[in-house]
Design a protein around this ligand. Structure first.
Ligand code: ZN
Length: 369
């Protein structure tokens, strides 16, 4: 005779394959995702969360994340110990049903709050950028243009490396870029941002996290160690996730557009600096010689900023991010229809080449200085 609890556990476990089938079909329907899921389900689930939690200084999402991590690790290791000891009364079937029940709840909530956002229509179609047949000279031209823009804005910020990051100011000003951008991209209209410092900077740094969007609380969490020349860009990246853009490469591209529509030079510099180094890596992979030529032309202050940022992270160097960041996150992205996995970060460069083809990265006209 099954207890009431066992019946619920069985029902939840049964729901797991049912959800897999339903969500699989829904995730293939991009019209449903763009016209129903994003504007109604995602938006109206996250809006009240951002509205209520956005005022709090504490990052509930990351605290919840650590609690869940400890909970699942504790439950998992207890089950493993019981299997090893073959304890009397331990029933492997019941444990599996229970585990599947937990997974079923987590999976259902995850898909409704965030999972479908990984299956959106590519943003390049909405933005109208062409990323077909990119060649090395175009990549080289993009790097040179980014280096030029980065130098131009860096000269307006002579003390930025030694200035401590004022996150309050960054969070307050970040929506401005999106406000200007949304005149031509209404899908990026800011309603209620929820931006905060993540809990806690050491844990985040050891996990190699600059910023993280936590879907169950809709909070964008920033790592406090970010220098003033990176924080504006990472903030705009996390805001892109709040509009329902799950893809990392699209979030980087959208953040670049938002920063370039921002009237302040620190936002513009942060975006050009970040995308310059991402694009340089792509050029290095394509043609090392051309990379060295371009690199020799980069302003010394820009290179100094990059070394400064690398030194900051070096203190927290450890093997955990390789496991969590490379192996687990890679599997996670691939399971969510992001076939390039963590390498998809580099696909932002393709979108940037597309943007460069379109307008040569010239946005100034519509932006008040
Ligand atoms: Zn991201």
């Amino acid at each position: 005779m099954l207890t009431r609890r066992q019946k619920i556990e069985r029902f939840l476990a049964f729901l797991f394959p049912v959800q897999l089938v339903i969500f699989h079909f829904l995730s293939k329907n991009q019209d449903w995702i763009e016209n129903i899921y994003i504007p109604y389900i995602f938006r109206y689930l996250t809006l009240p969360l951002r509205f209520t939690l956005g005022w709090l200084n504490v990052s509930l999402g990351l605290i919840l994340f650590y609690v869940l991590l400890i909970f699942f690790l504790a439950k998992g290791s207890r089950a493993v110990i019981q299997i090893i000891r073959k304890r009397h009364g331990f029933n492997i079937k019941n444990t599996l049903i229970k585990g599947l029940g937990y997974l079923s709840i987590f999976y259902g909530i995850f898909m409704v709050f965030w999972g479908f956002a990984y299956h959106r229509r590519p943003y390049q179609a909405t933005r109208g950028v062409n990323t077909a047949n990119i060649n090395t000279p175009e990549l080289e031209a993009l790097c040179l243009r980014l280096a030029h823009l980065a130098k131009h804005y860096r000269q307006q910020l002579p003390a930025i490396r030694s200035t401590p990051t004022n996150f309050n100011s960054v969070f307050k000003r970040a929506p401005l870029g999106y406000q200007h951008l949304s005149k031509t991209a209404p899908e990026l209209t800011v309603d209620v941002p929820s931006l905060k410092l993540g809990f806690n900077k050491k844990i985040m740094s050891y996990l190699n996290i600059s910023g993280i969007y936590f879907p169950f609380t809709a909070e964008a969490n920033l790592n406090e160690i970010l220098p003033a020349f990176q924080a504006p860009f990472v903030t705009c990246h996390e805001m892109a996730h709040q509009f329902g853009f799950a893809s990392e490469e699209e979030a980087n591209y959208i953040a670049y557009l938002a920063c370039m529509h921002h009237p302040n030079p620190d936002f513009r510099y942060a975006a050009n600096h970040w995308l310059l180094y991402t694009s340089l890596q792509a050029l290095k992979n394509a043609d090392e010689e051309k990379y060295l030529t371009v690199y020799s032309r980069i302003d010394k202050e820009i290179i100094g900023d990059q070394s400064y940022a690398e030194d900051l992270w070096q203190k927290y160097d450890n093997p955990i991010p390789y496991f969590t960041g490379n192996i687990l996150f890679d599997l996670f992205l691939k399971a969510n229809d992001q076939p390039a996995g963590i390498n998809s970060y580099n696909l932002a460069v393709e979108l940037m080449v597309g943007e460069y083809r379109k307008n040569g990265l010239r946005f100034e006209k519509s932006i008040p200085q």
